[in-house]
Design a protein around this ligand. Structure first.
Ligand code: FE
Ligand code: FE
Ligand code: ZN
Length: 299
């Protein structure tokens, strides 16, 4: 008996760390989740508190959340394609933090080549991963497929494969799919079986570690990467449901990264997490057009 694995990204804050993340996931009725081990847009990090980690494990156990279904996301500002040592040493530290938390999957965006050529960018990523990955490490690095915004590398499965092929300990690499990125990158997500077939041929389906479930504000091939709440964008709720309930993705954590719902009051903007409501729609298998309004009323 295995039930649907569904969750969202949740915060990891200094007071409660992983314990707070588990509590937040439970408020959303999730059974898996993703964290940034600090703010996603910066690299300042706090030491991992062992007691909070142990308390988090207790709460997870009581609620049947498995460690294997928690994933970490590296901050999106680290860019392995630019050849800098900073990104390398930071990712090494992030892997240490994953180990301290007992988590074995960290998702990275491969990087952006900016003013280099794409080939140089890919080479830099490969070299960086070869400096980072140790033979004995327990943490898998999961390369996320990108939307191809600007000079992003990894906007196709083939490009991820190109990186993997250059890495010595490539058995430490896994793949993270993202429905919005695939769609914006030009894939037809209504033919998800074709995408899975391609992934299977390139990496083997056992390499799929996580799938980000997002709708998109833009059309396929737009390379924009602007996430939308489920059913409010170009992918549509029914197409997303088919992916979420796909039998081949049953064991894979499905993580929402959809935008917070906004409310403007006296020119002040308030933000509300949509995840409790989106997860309810997913479990009910029914789109709720009033979801945003209900979230605003709830919080
Ligand atoms: Fe990502
Ligand atoms: Fe993503
Ligand atoms: Zn994205």
């Amino acid at each position: 008996m295995s039930e649907l694995l569904i969750g969202s990204h949740v915060s990891f804050q200094k007071n409660e760390q992983l314990l707070g993340s588990v509590k937040e996931a439970l408020r959303y009725n999730a059974n898996c989740f993703m964290i940034y081990t600090g703010a996603p847009q910066n690299t300042s990090r706090q030491p991992v508190d062992k007691n909070l980690t142990l308390a988090a494990y207790e709460l997870m156990k009581a609620n049947n959340i498995k460690l294997a279904n928690i994933v970490v996301h590296a901050p999106y500002i680290i860019n392995l394609a630019n050849g800098s040592d900073f990104a390398i040493s930071f990712l090494k530290q992030e892997i240490q933090r994953c180990q301290l938390l007992g988590l074995d999957k960290i998702i990275i965006h491969p990087g952006s080549y900016v003013k280099l050529s794409k080939e140089e960018g890919i080479n830099n990523i490969v070299n960086a991963l070869n400096k980072i990955i140790k033979k004995e490490q327990k943490v898998f690095i999961c390369l996320e497929v990108m939307a191809g915004k600007g000079t992003e590398i990894g906007a196709s499965l083939q490009e991820l494969k190109q990186i993997i092929d250059g890495v010595n300990y490539s058995e430490k690499l896994k793949i993270c799919l993202d429905t919005c990125h695939l769609h914006d990158g030009g894939y037809n997500i209504t033919n998800f079986d074709d995408i899975l077939k391609e992934a299977d041929e390139l990496f083997g389906l056992s390499s799929l570690a996580c799938i980000h479930i997002n709708d998109s504000k833009n059309e396929s091939g737009s390379h924009k990467d602007r996430h939308e709440n489920l059913g409010f964008g170009d992918l549509g709720f029914e197409n997303l449901l088919k992916i979420i309930y796909h039998p081949k993705l049953k064991e894979i954590p499905k993580i929402l990264e959809t935008p917070y719902i906004t409310e403007t009051e006296n020119s002040k903007i308030r933000l509300y997490p949509p995840y409790k409501f989106e997860i309810a729609m997913i479990r009910a298998k029914k789109f709720n057009p009033n979801m945003k309004e209900e979230a605003r009323t709830y919080y």
